[in-house]
Write a protein that binds this ligand. Structure first.
Ligand SMILES: NC(=O)c1ccc[n+]([C@@H]2O[C@H](COP(=O)([O-])OP(=O)(O)OC[C@H]3O[C@@H](n4cnc5c(N)ncnc54)[C@H](OP(=O)(O)O)[C@@H]3O)[C@@H](O)[C@H]2O)c1
Length: 284
């Protein structure tokens, strides 16, 4: 890639999944990557992968829910005179459960990481981009950003909120400050978000819950769907690369056909037809 096209990119949630894959892919393309991880002790897989491929990235600690840790990263960028070109808001968690099986605190934590966390990082990086009169922000949304799915109301709410924030914000930023904003909409992928990292509402596994039987079967259908998915994290990394390297990328970007098809189904097919398809998929 020509040197003048190389960008400085900050990515959140780089310890695993899409984040890790994207750091490696973008570093391989020659970009300067600031890979942030919630807890620096969890950066080993990323460090190993970079070493294995003889690549380098700056690895910093950043918890999206902790404004102090975000401030420290911004200070690092400023003191090192780094010109930030691209912010990728990737960090996220998945909370499963029906509304009554999830506590208020759990629902809020879901929003704190996925939505307010993203907002915190944007608030901190925007002044750097505004001062330069340029920049690109890429927000990880999801197929769940436009499609309601059972057993996932908290996660879906966080992603719909991201869609609303992003779609509104992109007008203001592009118009006045030459900062473009894009969303990425992945379908289902077999990453840790559905395994080691998955969170469940406190009452999901309580046999006394009125939703117990339904939850257990829905949980099994979800995990089965994810297990059978042929989507690979590298598709998300390539999608990010395409947005980063393009002069005028689209606002909404699909790394796989599953999410693309779902988007057009939701947009053009009446809800009375779409909802039975969702029920069939997730209710056994
Ligand atoms: N996998 C899918 O099917 C799918 C589909 C659509 C969208 N997405 C979205 O894609 C993004 C990445 O998910 P993934 O599938 O790659 O799952 P993942 O492997 O679990 O990655 C999520 C990352 O977010 C980080 N994270 C969690 N809480 C954080 C916090 N408070 N501050 C900073 N980082 C935090 C995790 O870091 P630690 O482990 O160090 O906490 C982890 O590195 C998420 O936003 C997710 O919602 C995933």
């Amino acid at each position: 890639m020509p040197k003048q096209n190389l960008q400085t990119i900050l990515i959140t949630g780089s310890s695993s999944g899409f984040g890790l894959e994207s750091v490696v892919y973008l570093a391989q393309e020659g970009h300067r990557v600031i890979a942030t991880v919630e807890d620096i002790d969890n950066a080993q897989s990323l460090t190993d992968k970079l070493q294995e491929k003889k690549l380098s990235a700056t690895i910093l600690s950043l918890d999206v829910t902790d404004t102090n840790s975000i401030k420290q990263v911004i200070e690092h960028i400023q003191t090192q005179n780094i010109q930030l070109d691209v912010l990728v808001n990737n960090a996220g968690v998945l909370l499963g459960g029906t509304l009554e099986d999830i506590t208020d605190d759990e629902f809020r934590k879901q929003m704190d990481v996925n939505f307010f966390g993203m907002m915190n990082v944007m608030r901190a990086c925007l002044p750097l981009m505004r001062n330069r009169g340029r920049g690109k922000i890429i927000n990880l949304s999801s197929i769940a950003g436009y499609l309601g799915v059972p057993y996932s109301c908290a996660y879906v709410s966080s992603k719909w909120a991201i869609e609303g924030l992003s779609e509104s914000l992109q007008y203001e930023l592009k118009e006045h400050f030459n900062i473009s904003l894009h969303v990425v909409e992945p379908g289902f992928y077999r990453t840790k978000i559905f395994k080691e990292h998955i969170l469940y509402g406190s009452h999901v596994d309580n046999p006394e819950s009125p939703y117990y039987g339904y939850s257990q079967s829905c949980k099994a259908s979800f995990l089965e769907h994810v297990e059978n998915s042929s989507n690979k994290s590298i598709q998300v990394a390539k999608c990010l690369s395409k947005i980063i390297n393009a002069a005028n990328p689209k606002f909404r970007n699909f790394p796989d056909n599953e999410a693309r098809l779902a988007y057009y189904l939701k947009k053009f097919v009446p809800f009375q037809i779409v909802s039975p398809l969702i029920k069939k998929k997730f209710f056994k």
